[in-house]
Write a protein that binds this ligand. Structure first.
Ligand code: F0G
Length: 359
């Protein structure tokens, strides 16, 4: 008899009991969530721990933002809103655009002019978002988005939104990890930009532990890029600069929540330099077959640095969230790789075999 497979229904239907949704709310979904948890032989060997990567680039628009956006846009549709607005370094805008058009809403996306990756720009364009390039950085965009939502009839779908819908959707990633591993890991590692995701994961782990679904809570380890590390330095960064454009954020909206997640979990938030981020991105692609964008490799870089400093006890279970797909930004890794000397051959087996040194 043929096996019956079940369609993954998206995070609202899969985790409805854990989310603040009414039975009558329309569900705007692209089937987000249910992403792979992949064992990393490379990182396990390098650290002496059991290391897993949660591949969030496998979401419908290529980043973890979809988990929150299904909630935010469903809620906006339910409330009869016509226009949704977000500020973004590129992934939130891609996600907001896709989910909004699906619901028949108008997405307005504010991005820092010339500072987001091409793939993300393309996503806003193909989904026909009203794309606004702001002469400023992400923090300026967020301020502008908030101001527009206060004065005009539009709803903010950033995770800074006080209604908490975005974060409620994002916490489902922590649920999935516990559901797969059977318990929370000892350590959860992830990049920190506007600090929504670390806040969401911590909420998810705590909720599952309180409900008896997990026996323990992980220590939360967040990493920022060295040129955009306000939480590490303890002061806003006026001109954040990093190759990891997705987390080029100088004044995170969820700063206090991120610090709380760190402290309540006995965790850490540290900075990693751009070179280490790019090396981690390259290693993950070349060793584990997982292609992520630069910002998504920040957790990998951070874990390796802590391990090299002798501050990581062996034998622990570690999950690293890799937040967005590598295809979003192909310019950066191609520039790093430089001239790779591609082999050019005529369409003849002997010539190709000679060029490839095949026996
Ligand atoms: N990784 C990626 C790929 C991101 O796009 C972001 C944030 C983060 C990590 C950090 O997550 O902000 O919850 O701490 N991107 C936002 C955006 C700022 O506009 O797409 P966070």
């Amino acid at each position: 008899m043929a096996e019956v497979s079940r369609l993954w229904r998206g995070v609202i239907e899969e985790y409805r009991a854990w989310l603040p949704v009414s039975p009558t709310m329309p569900v705007v979904t692209l089937g987000e969530g249910g992403t792979p948890l992949v064992a990393s032989a490379w990182l396990s060997e390098a650290t002496g721990c059991e290391v897993w990567v949660k591949v969030e680039g496998d979401n419908p628009t290529g980043s973890f933002k979809d988990r929150g956006m299904t909630m935010a846009v469903s809620r906006a549709a339910d409330a009869g809103v016509k226009v949704v607005i977000c500020a973004s370094t590129g992934n939130t805008s891609a996600s907001a655009a896709a989910y909004a058009v699906r619901a028949g809403l108008v997405p307005v996306v504010l991005v820092p002019e010339g500072r987001i990756a091409q793939g993300k720009l393309a996503q806003a364009i193909v989904h026909r978002a009203r794309l606004v390039q702001v002469k400023g950085n992400f923090d300026d965009c967020l301020k502008l988005a908030r101001g527009l939502c206060e004065q005009y009839s539009a709803v903010l779908v950033n995770s800074a939104n006080p209604d908490g819908y975005r974060l409620a959707g994002q916490k489902t990633a922590a649920f999935e990890i516990v559901d797969v591993l059977g318990d929370a890991p000892d350590i959860h590692v992830l990049p920190v930009g506007n600090a929504g995701n670390i806040t969401a994961y911590w909420a998810g782990y705590q909720e599952y532990a309180k409900a008896g679904r997990a026996q323990r809570r992980p220590r939360m380890w967040g990493f920022q890029a060295a040129g955009a590390a306000p939480i590490v330095s303890g002061a806003p960064v006026e001109h954040p600069e990093t190759v990891a454009t997705a987390i080029r954020v100088g004044n995170p909206a969820r700063w206090g929540d991120a610090v709380a997640a760190r402290d309540e979990s006995g965790g850490r938030i540290d900075a990693v330099p751009d070179e280490a981020i790019l090396a981690a991105q390259a290693g993950l692609a070349a060793r584990d077959g997982v292609f992520v964008e630069p910002a998504s490799a920040v957790g990998v870089a951070g874990l390796l640095r802590v391990a090299e400093a002798g501050e990581l006890d062996r034998g622990q279970t570690v999950v690293i969230t890799v937040t967005g797909h590598g295809l979003k930004d192909v310019a950066t890794p191609l520039e790093v790789a430089g001239d790779v000397g591609a082999i050019v051959v005529p369409p003849e087996p002997d010539a190709a075999a000679r060029a490839l040194d095949l026996d």
